[in-house]
Design a protein around this ligand. Structure first.
Ligand SMILES: [Zn+2]
Length: 334
């Protein structure tokens, strides 16, 4: 996907698009940031911008984006462009020295069909130490017309000598609205499903997809019901009914943990509404009417207490506490 078609990360992508247009792109780059937010996609988009046959001005007239349509752009996405090399962990889970040597050898020649040779090392933190050492000299003085992009969620695992030779761009989590947008547009999720999955995703498309949309929607419904019951009544028996709703049907610890995280996410949104911050900070913006009705019962103190109770409950679950006891306890605390 090209720079201009990508969702989120606008300022970083614009920076890359401008550097591409000006010919000022550093030749050794690290794209770091959480898993599943589009770092590899950004590296592919960079390779397209550098080699597109009909580059398009973006953003406005200050940079360039690949067109996404020409033969070069399409070959790059399919991984069959002669000048864009992908290095990925082998079956062993790591990237060996032979894989790196081969890429270095190929990078020494002039680009074959495009303008720039781009070497994308995905999950670069899995490079074995010898492979990282083999890369050092190339990263220090890359062959003319070559760009190396190391993509990693764990830049700290790279040797300091590798890090110091690269310009690092830190990609942050996506905004919930951006995650929901991608889930609907590219993964065919319905709106409610997409928003629920986005709220539980911590800004990672990968996590939103892995989470299992049905279970996420169910978790969020259970969480909202628990908060409504807690808001409506101080009667412990009613509260414990709320706990049953929270734990009911949760077949294991993981299910209950997911539901508790959904409670956390809703409480965080209550704090956003209480502080009258911008709505764009809401993870569950589609539930705003329900959240607003909870504001009558939750002031700052109560929201904070509830938030810390859920946090305590999650650690108790981690330490093997009984899910039923944890659910009961949370329901009485919030
Ligand atoms: Zn193109």
């Amino acid at each position: 996907m090209t720079f201009r078609a990508m969702t989120g990360h606008r300022s970083l992508l614009a920076l890359l698009a401008r550097a591409t247009a000006l010919g000022s792109l550093p030749p050794s780059l690290i794209f770091s940031g959480p898993d599943g937010i589009g770092k590899r996609m950004a590296a592919v988009a960079l390779a397209q911008a550098l080699n597109c046959e009909r580059p398009i001005p973006w953003p406005e007239d200050s940079g360039v984006s690949g067109c996404g349509e020409c033969a070069a752009c399409r070959r790059i996405v399919r991984g069959v462009h002669a000048d864009v090399l992908f290095i990925e962990p082998a079956d062993t889970g790591s990237i060996g020295i032979d894989q790196v040597r081969e890429a270095i050898d190929r990078a020494a020649y002039r680009p074959f069909e495009g303008r720039k040779r781009v070497v994308i090392v995905d999950e670069a933190d899995t490079l074995v130490q010898a492979a990282q050492n083999a890369l050092l000299k190339t990263l220090e003085e890359p062959p003319a017309a070559s760009v190396f992009v190391l993509v990693t969620a764990r830049p700290d695992l790279l040797l300091p000598t590798v890090r110091s030779r690269c310009q690092q761009l830190r990609f942050g989590p996506l905004a919930p609205a951006d995650v929901a947008d991608v889930l609907m547009r590219e993964h065919g999720m319905a709106s409610e499903e997409a928003r629920a999955a986005a709220a539980a995703s911590d800004g990672s498309i990968g996590r939103a997809i892995d989470g299992g949309a049905d279970e996420i929607v169910a978790s969020r419904e259970a969480a909202a019901r628990l908060l409504q019951t807690a808001a409506a009544s101080a009667d412990p028996r009613r509260r414990l009914d709320g706990a049953k709703m929270l734990a009911g049907g949760a077949s294991d610890r993981g299910d209950l943990a997911r539901r508790l995280r959904a409670v956390s996410s809703l409480l965080r949104d209550l704090a956003v509404l209480l502080s009258r911050a911008d709505d764009s900070a809401l993870a569950n913006a589609d539930l705003k009417p329900q959240l607003q009705s909870l504001l009558r019962s939750f002031d700052d103190d109560r929201a904070l207490r509830a938030f810390s109770a859920v946090d305590t409950a999650l650690s108790a679950l981690d330490r093997n506490a009984s899910p039923k006891i944890v659910a009961d306890w949370v329901a009485l605390q919030i």
